[in-house]
Design a binder for this molecule. Structure first.
Ligand SMILES: Nc1ncnc2c1ncn2[C@@H]1O[C@H](COP(=O)(O)OP(=O)(O)OP(=O)(O)O)[C@@H](O)[C@H]1O
Ligand SMILES: [Mg+2]
Length: 381
């Protein structure tokens, strides 16, 4: 049982602010991911929670109690470190038993606890071996075994799958998710892999440069990213951004890019209201569209479409990624592998009018998203 909270926490290392005025709340029993690029402050955040770092400002709370001055050993939170280290000279059994011996758990209780952890992770047959004789995936399980053996209040895992090959990662991803559900304990899971974060998390925080950019359920992070950073970090290939002029004409609002034009003619459209709030002097914005929300045609379809030219074709098996010359920009679109296009071929594009986003050109914050009720329409002139 634990809910974990950071309240306006700042942590500095000399000049560097590793974590800046961070607010974060992780609920009891939640599978919570922290996603961000190198240097984002992910490890520092975990170290603050487990008690290996002390905040320069702000508070760390466990179950509503400020623990800034509580030693790591007394916080009852276990952490799997980024470069997990097993004791090379101890057997798997002794590696897993170590946290119990350290805490002076009575000897007769240790064996059943180690066996149970081994059962959960399917490593019963490895208990007599030394880490040097294990595969990467097996070693990973032992490290997890060591973290779960004593049933702490919460688990923190720092990129636990980073050193594994793709297939093993996939396998372990599913197992970790299952394990967390079985244990029902709070888990904070740090990763820079967006697929891991989106697929595993109940909720996730996207971090950059020591700051939280957005905290929400994966679906919302994907579909309504707060800013261009979040929009780029989740989704592969990332969202396209098109530089647009915003023009008001006879009560309509038009977005004009070098290769496409969208408009809203609907009275009371939220875009009009959004522009009144966010429209700067510039009258420019970034139009965001995900590669999978673009359709590519050989011949102009009946819907309003925009011409483009294929520059690169990248077949990936389950989908094909295209680089397209589109006005002044190069954008990416994903198409089904069955659709054949060749490099330099002229094509026609339509964008899903209910999945377009607008970002402020300076602050890079999203100020509008179209949806089914307020779809933008493509126009040719
Ligand atoms: N002990 C330290 N001394 C000085 N600077 C540090 C220390 N620990 C972290 N930093 C700095 O703080 C910032 C955040 O580091 P942190 O390790 O939290 O990032 P991260 O998100 O975990 O990155 P990665 O994905 O590479 O593991 C970085 O700029 C890092 O160089
Ligand atoms: Mg780290």
């Amino acid at each position: 049982m634990a809910d974990l909270r950071l309240d306006n926490v700042t942590k500095r290392f000399g000049e560097i602010e590793a974590v800046k005025q961070l607010d974060l709340e992780v609920k009891d029993g939640e599978f919570f991911c922290v996603l961000g690029p190198p240097g984002a402050g992910k490890t520092t955040t975990l170290r603050l929670i487990v008690g290996l770092e002390r905040p320069d400002e702000g508070d760390v709370l466990i179950d509503g109690v400020v623990v800034n001055d509580v030693y790591p050993g007394e916080r009852d939170i276990s952490m799997i470190f980024q470069n997990l280290a097993l004791y090379p000279n101890k057997t798997v059994y002794e590696n897993i038993a170590f946290p119990l011996r350290e805490r002076k758990v009575p000897k007769d209780q240790i064996d059943p606890m180690v066996q149970e952890a081994a059962n959960i992770l399917h490593i019963e047959q490895l208990l007599d071996r030394k880490p040097g004789k294990l595969s990467g995936g097996e070693r990973q399980r032992v490290a997890i075994g060591r973290a779960i053996v004593r049933r702490p209040k919460a688990y923190l895992m720092d990129e636990p799958l980073a050193n594994l090959d793709a297939r093993l990662r996939l396998e372990m991803r599913i197992e970790l998710k299952r394990l967390q559900q079985d244990l029902g304990q709070t888990l904070i899971y740090v990763t820079h892999d967006q697929i891991e974060a989106l697929s595993m998390a109940d909720r996730l925080a996207v971090m950059n440069e020591g700051e939280v950019q957005q905290v929400d359920v994966p679906d919302t992070i994907y579909r309504h990213p707060n800013n261009t950073f979040v929009a780029t970090v989740v989704g592969s290939p990332p969202m396209n951004f098109l530089n647009c002029d915003i023009v008001r004409q006879n009560g309509n609002v038009r977005l004009r890019h070098t290769a496409c034009i969208f408009e809203t003619t609907k009275a009371g459209d939220p875009l009009v209201a959004a522009l009144q709030e966010h429209d700067g002097e510039e009258h420019r914005a970034l139009l965001g569209v995900r590669p999978e929300d673009i359709r590519v045609y050989d011949q102009a379809p009946s819907d309003t479409s925009f011409p483009a030219r294929v520059s690169v074709v990248e077949p990936l098996g389950q989908e094909t990624i295209l680089d397209l010359d589109f006005g002044d920009d190069i954008i990416k679109a994903t198409i089904p592998p069955t659709q054949k296009v060749s490099e330099h071929q002229p094509v026609y594009l339509t964008f899903d009018p209910a999945k377009l986003h607008l970002f402020d050109i300076d602050s890079r914050k999203r100020f509008y998203s179209s949806d089914k009720q307020a779809a933008l329409s493509a126009v040719t002139s």
